[in-house]
Design a protein around this ligand. Sequence first.
Ligand SMILES: Nc1ncnc2c1ncn2[C@@H]1O[C@H](COP(=O)(O)OP(=O)(O)OP(=O)(O)O)[C@@H](O)[C@H]1O
Ligand SMILES: [Mg+2]
Length: 241
Amino acid sequence: MLKLEYVSVTRGKTATLHDVSLTLAPAKTLAVVGESGAGKSTLLAAVLGLVRLSRGSVTWMDDAVHRCHPALVMQEPRAAFNPALSLRRSVGEPLKARKLTLDKARLERLCRGLELPPDLLDRRPSEVSIGQAQRVGILRALIAAPALVLFDEPLSALDAVTQKHTARLISELQVEEKFAALIVTHDLGYAAAHSDEIAVLRSGRIEEIATAEAFIERPQTDYGRTLRDAAFSLGALEGAA
Ligand SMILES: Nc1ncnc2c1ncn2[C@@H]1O[C@H](COP(=O)(O)OP(=O)(O)OP(=O)(O)O)[C@@H](O)[C@H]1O
Ligand SMILES: [Mg+2]
């Protein structure tokens, strides 16, 4: 289980995370929703050990998180890759870093699951669509079979149809691969449809945490209600609850 206890991060003079406590069980999905600047990316950086905590702790199975080799899917699909390398080389990087050998059958299975033709990996990042690049980003995240995968706005660079498709593929792969998913997003419709629990992050603090159904049905805070109602009025929650 991923456990954050009283995680606080101070950047410059201002605190960007205040006493954030969260848990995420293996194979489950927790969506952290919040507006731009709420601290979502900082939260992921804290989980990955990329920023110093001024207080609190982050553990996976009561051990340091890096020991479980968490993977990150980034917001900007093309920027996530070295433009000079073939996608195949980039996808192999997590294996190389851990001195693991490529399981070809696994690569083929993941490519099928992500609807990526195998020879697409011989191209460079600039030679594929954004949607394809994001699915290769997911492939790279999953190649070494991590128990924990972090998603930083995984759909926000994609058009609406591609968003739906990619969200479905992520959910289907999670059923097969059984990784725990921590998804940060401003998209409550996505969070409601594809997560077990929703945590609302506002100005670096967790405002409320609930199951996705309970949150959509009955937010506990004014801010939660504002987010929910805004998503309803945009039609983003149709079919989510
Ligand atoms: N390297 C940094 N140095 C100082 N302050 C930073 C740094 N990175 C982020 N911040 C500040 O921390 C706060 C949280 O930023 P963060 O990037 O975590 O937000 P976010 O929720 O991911 O936003 P977005 O949805 O726009 O990606 C913001 O006020 C931001 O200005
Ligand atoms: Mg961010």
